[in-house]
Design a protein around this ligand. Structure first.
Ligand SMILES: Nc1nc2c(c(=O)[nH]1)N[C@H]1C(S)=C(S)[C@@H](COP(=O)(O)OP(=O)(O)OC[C@H]3O[C@@H](n4cnc5c(=O)[nH]c(N)nc54)[C@H](O)[C@@H]3O)O[C@H]1N2
Ligand SMILES: Nc1nc2c(c(=O)[nH]1)N[C@H]1C(S)=C(S)[C@@H](COP(=O)(O)OP(=O)(O)OC[C@H]3O[C@@H](n4cnc5c(=O)[nH]c(N)nc54)[C@H](O)[C@@H]3O)O[C@H]1N2
Ligand code: SF4
Ligand SMILES: [Mo]
Length: 730
């Protein structure tokens, strides 16, 4: 039953396709994918169906799932109602997971590059050849350039911990994750205010201001579900977004804020809270430091001033300040998730944190909470020391206050291109696709050209794999046993989940744990991986018998009980032991100790600001080639407002060229009032260079080909909303 090439399918059709029919499609396919799988029947002539627990991995949320497995084939994925994090939900992407498993485009065996990088000619290797070659290259680069001459980058995964372990015992300090392209400036801001990154108790909240977040499309569980429940229970939602997102559509109020001016909005909110004595006085007096400095700091930041910056009326700002203070402490300025936006993103998020502190919502029901987290065990190790290594990470000193463990993709890439302070000649990427998710693709290509050896481990021929020298096939999440993962989510909802292989790994795919273990053996580091996943899990569970029992019985362990009022009387983990409205560590480092407003760069004439965002059926760059999700979006389009579109002679569906100093791309125009007239937008995950992604190759444009690579000054987080583009009809 082939899937018809239609633009739209109904929800019922989608669910049907995602289940039994999808497996049938895969089994019925003439490709060799499932050739080996034959139908077995029991004595009664029925095919046995097994139900098994696992955790979705179509995005980082790890929603609980129950799979129906028949004759070694995953037939359907259902939500696990016992998972209180996902509240018995699997989203469209979760349902489509089955097509990730049975995707004919999956990588099947190790491949070595033939010809030039990115040319797409490959030579099949055995695993032994591939691993011997990789180990040889790692040894050679380590000897010639020190162990820090090899860079490691792992995306979000329950097995990424093994990449970190491997990098450490191999001896490189240069380990990065996707986080410096995601949320580090938010983390920096909340950590430097509260000493911890708190979690919003949306379920019990009465008033939410959501600036630059899109919870009804960019799904975070349980936030997305809880926010909807809270609204049904009377919570008010105010959204600030230059685009009319689905979250804006479901909000009580939406303001198409001028991009880059959120700090002005919240400085003015703080101004009103203080001027009208609407802040939580007792809380502020006992729990915060620097209030006096802050009072004088916000004196001139009136709503009338902010109105000119934000293009939101002063009366609206004043009213919202009053409303949110009336609802406090069950009232939240949503901290947000992705904050890879502006050069001053940490300071923008600092004012979000400070307004929350003024509302006194800390550790209160419906406010910002820090729920308990399960501390699992591990198999400890002492990484060897390599005398010849340089002193620090290659990106050290390039941002004012970088997270040492995370580093910065943007700054590391610059360092590799410059060869300074020392050369990096090797790169391993696991389950991350910087060719699509690191702003300025041309620079990533330039970086790769500097390397002697690049190895990519993926399930598909991503654009990053396409540029690598050696590509290794990984099993999807439905074929893997993973370690345990403790989660900490909102609304009395933390726990532990794990992932069990539902079917054996297809083709020659091998999990990263096995790969690094084999490499370690070849590099005389085998002792650091002298265990199995089962033994690792056992060590994790050693002191947690009740967790082990729950995982076995329910597929998930939930911590139930109150998640607020847990930190009363405890000092904050900041220098002053209080919530820092004024941050003296910043002052010492020459950073503004309180957020100082500077207007965003002006959009040049005949240009637009490009912004990044999501929709509910694409996960960053990774799910656009999924057969089921591709049914919902065949290519991306450029959102452009009707007014400028008319001036440029652009009509719905016209092919346009978008250009910035970083590069250009061509895609169809979506002329829509859902974006401001000075702002354009496109989805991520199209305009691929990899011919191994057969459904989306040649479709749409690649946003990181156009985005320039600015960075947040404090954290080194990528800043993806600082790019101005011109648009012309082709
Ligand atoms: N379906 C789906 N869900 C996901 C993901 C996914 O890829 N797909 N990814 C997951 C991940 S890794 C993350 S980090 C989260 C991201 O979750 P969010 O951070 O909530 O999502 P984004 O879509 O990045 O939201 C950014 C929004 O900010 C708006 N914006 C742009 N500039 C400005 C500005 O100056 N001011 C304001 N106020 N708004 C602005 C954009 O238009 C966009 O709608 O989503 C998670 N959930
Ligand atoms: N243009 C643009 N850039 C962005 C964003 C954006 O929305 N647009 N969002 C930013 C944010 S918030 C984030 S979190 C980052 C995320 O950026 P990335 O870490 O690059 O995440 P993905 O785009 O999801 O890419 C995941 C890669 O892993 C592969 N993969 C999927 N499952 C498996 C598996 O089981 N095993 C292995 N080995 N590989 C697998 C996929 O094929 C894909 O190549 O991007 C950031 N950068
Ligand atoms: S939000 Fe959707 S894609 Fe992400 S883990 Fe949950 S079900 Fe899977
Ligand atoms: Mo993210």
């Amino acid at each position: 039953m082939p899937v018809k090439n239609r633009g739209v399918i109904s929800r019922r059709g989608f669910i049907k396709l995602s289940g039994t029919a999808a497996a049938a499609m895969a089994t019925g396919s003439p490709s060799r994918i499932l050739h080996a799988l034959t139908t077995q029947k029991d004595e009664k002539g029925k095919t046995p169906v097994r139900e098994a627990f696992s955790a979705c991995d179509m995005c980082f949320n790890k929603c609980g799932l129950i799979a129906q497995v028949e004759n070694g084939i995953v037939k359907k994925l259902d939500p696990n109602p016992k998972s209180i994090k996902s509240r018995g939900m699997l989203c469209a992407r979760g349902n489509a997971g089955i097509k990730q498993l049975y995707d004919p485009d999956r990588l099947k065996y190790p491949l070595l590059r033939k010809g030039a990088r990115g040319e797409g000619r490959w030579h099949r290797l055995t695993w032994k050849q591939a691993l011997d070659y990789a180990a040889e290259q790692m040894e050679r680069i380590g000897d010639k350039y020190t162990r820090c001459g090899f860079l490691f980058m792992a995306g979000t995964d329950m097995q990424s911990t093994f990449v970190h372990r491997f990098a450490e015992v191999y001896g490189s300090f240069n380990i990065i994750s996707h986080e410096s392209n995601c949320l580090l400036s938010r983390n920096r801001a909340f950590l430097d205010t509260f000493g911890v990154v708190p979690i919003p108790d949306l379920l019990n909240c009465k008033y939410v201001i959501m600036p630059g977040a899109n919870r009804f499309e960019a799904l975070v569980t349980p936030d997305s579900i809880d926010l909807m429940t809270a609204i049904q229970n009377g919570c008010k939602l105010v959204v600030l977004d230059p685009r009319f997102t689905k979250t804006a559509a479901l909000a009580h109020e939406w303001f198409a804020i001028k991009p880059g001016t959120d700090m002005a909005f919240f400085l003015a909110i703080a101004h009103v809270l203080i001027a009208e004595g609407r802040y939580d006085k007792q809380f502020v007096a006992t729990k915060t430091s620097g209030f006096e400095q802050f009072v004088s700091h916000v004196q001139s930041y009136t709503p009338e001033w902010a109105a000119k910056e934000t293009e939101i009326p002063a009366g609206g700002i004043r009213r919202i300040a009053r409303e949110i203070s009336d609802a406090a402490p069950a009232a939240i300025v949503y901290p947000g998730r992705r904050s890879s936006d502006y050069e001053n993103s940490t300071q923008i998020r600092r004012i979000f944190a400070i307004v929350n502190a003024l509302l006194g919502n800390w550790d209160r029901q419906g406010g910002l909470i820090v729920p308990p987290k399960v501390q699992s065990g591990s198999i400890p190790y002492d990484a060897p020391w390599y005398d010849e290594n340089p002193e620090d990470r290659v990106d050290a000193g390039r941002a004012e206050m970088m997270f040492y463990e995370e580093g910065s993709f943007k700054h590391t890439r610059d360092a590799v291109i410059e060869g300074k302070p020392y050369p990096i000649k090797g790169w391993m990427t696991y389950k991350t696709n910087p060719m699509q998710t690191g702003a300025n693709r041309n620079k990533t290509i330039e970086m790769i050209k500097k390397l002697d050896f690049m190895i990519t481990i993926d399930i598909a021929m991503s654009d990053t794999a396409w540029m690598a020298d050696l590509v290794l096939p990984a099993p999807s999440y439905l074929e893997r046993d993973d370690p345990l993962s403790a989660f900490q989510a909102s609304s009395a909802c933390s726990g532990v989940i794990t992932r069990n292989a539902l079917v054996p790994a297809l083709f020659e795919s091998k999990p990263i744990f096995w790969i690094v273990k084999e490499l370690a053996k070849r590099l005389n580091l085998g002792e650091y991986f002298d265990f199995t996943i089962a033994e690792f899990r056992k060590a994790q569970l050693e002191k947690l018998p009740e967790v082990a029992k729950a995982l076995e019985k329910d597929g998930v362990y939930n911590i139930v009980g109150p998640s607020h009022g847990l930190h009363e009387g405890k000092p904050f983990k900041t220098r002053s032991k209080k919530i820092e409205l004024y941050n003296s560590r910043y002052a010492d480092a020459g950073i503004d100790p309180m957020p100082v407003y500077t207007p965003p760069k002006k959009v040049p004439k005949n240009h637009f600001r490009m912004v990044v965002g999501r929709n509910a059926y694409i996960t960053q760059s990774a799910s656009t080639n999924n057969a089921l999700l591709w049914e919902l979006e065949h290519e991306n389009t450029l959102w452009i407002h009707p007014r400028p579109a008319q001036m440029l002679g652009i009509r719905q569906g016209d092919l346009v060229e978008v250009e910035s100093p970083a590069g250009k791309g061509r895609l169809k125009a979506n002329v829509t009032g859902k974006t401001r007239s000075d702002t354009v937008y496109m989805d991520t995950g199209f305009g691929v260079i990899s011919k191994g992604l057969s459904k989306i190759y040649g479709k749409g444009a690649c946003i990181v080909e156009v985005l320039e690579d600015y960075a947040d000054r404090i954290s080194g987080n990528m800043a993806m909303h600082e790019t101005f583009v011109s648009v012309r009809k082709v």
